[in-house]
Design a protein around this ligand. Sequence first.
Ligand code: F6P
Length: 363
Amino acid sequence: MKAPKRIGILTGGGDCPGLNAVIRAVVKTVINDYNMAVVGFLDGFEGLVENKFIKLNSDNASGILTRGGTILGSSNRADPFRYSTLESGKLEYRDRSDSALKTYEDHGLEALICIGGDGTMAVSQKLIHKNIPIVGIPKTIDNDLLATDVTFGFDSALTTATEAIDKIHTTAQSHHRVMVVEVMGRYAGWLALCSGLAGGGDIVLIPEIPYNIDSVCEAIKQRKYRGRYFSILVVGEGAKPIGGEMVVKKRVEGSPEPIRLGGISHKVADDIEDKIQVETRVTILGHLLRGGVPSPADRLLATRFGVAAAEQVAKRNFGQMVALRGNEIVTVPIEDVAGKTRVIPPDSPYLTMARSVGTCLGE
Ligand code: F6P
């Protein structure tokens, strides 16, 4: 079977370092190895619905390997099947998937590469049912996609979080304070647990293990008895107390996943001050974690994923997402990962490791 001649590519969901590295890898591979033409849709699925695009070539896909963000723009709101528009000051939702299909056909495309997380894969799966042949590439700082050991973007965010924790350490020490560092990650604690371990956090709170505030306070007191007058807490934005709820920062109407988390660290800090009267400060890293240049590991992974996705398109192996298993690149059906979240399993070696080195997990 012959390789496609024209393909489209888009980046969906929240951005992360490494998106440009993937775009570069796909574009260079399909041009160099298969002589294809590439259309880049702007702002995720919005570009497909509204026919907003640029032609990608060896020129504009060059010099972007190290650049953060995405030259195509992204959106975590545009779902062609529930597309929101502001009409008379009110958000109205319509199924615009036919417009997406029309754009795809009008460009004479034979395949689409969708780079994104669980939400992007969920939309991709629905477009596959409309006969758009798709290959997916997993990205997100949250590292919460099923079927891949790691997503690109995670290592860069982990590096940023760890550097921040390192810096917080010195001021915590000087002032004998408790410092709470909150990191993103939605309903999965990968970023909190891994940066907590890498940065030597004394207490790490993750969504997968509802915390007991008394255990947290006890850990701080125990450190004090041992002459450690400061403590570092690393808290995932989805962490919650036993019997309590996650802290919702806002609802983004029109987004396929409207809930935005954030702010639990303030509750943790207030509760610590109330219970044991230790001066406590909060730093929320937020979108800082999505910015900056991709780490070398993410540049490599993004390039591997991009080249592998181009190969799958050439082979017309559609409906698949490229993934990393061990050190192998494999493909997995998009329907197996669409809309699902990979949280930290209770038997994760990272949890065992954390307990072994004396990290309090709020249990
Ligand atoms: O999925 C990536 C992510 O950065 C999450 O960690 C975070 O909860 C969410 O996106 C934030 O979304 P927004 O950019 O819409 O505030």
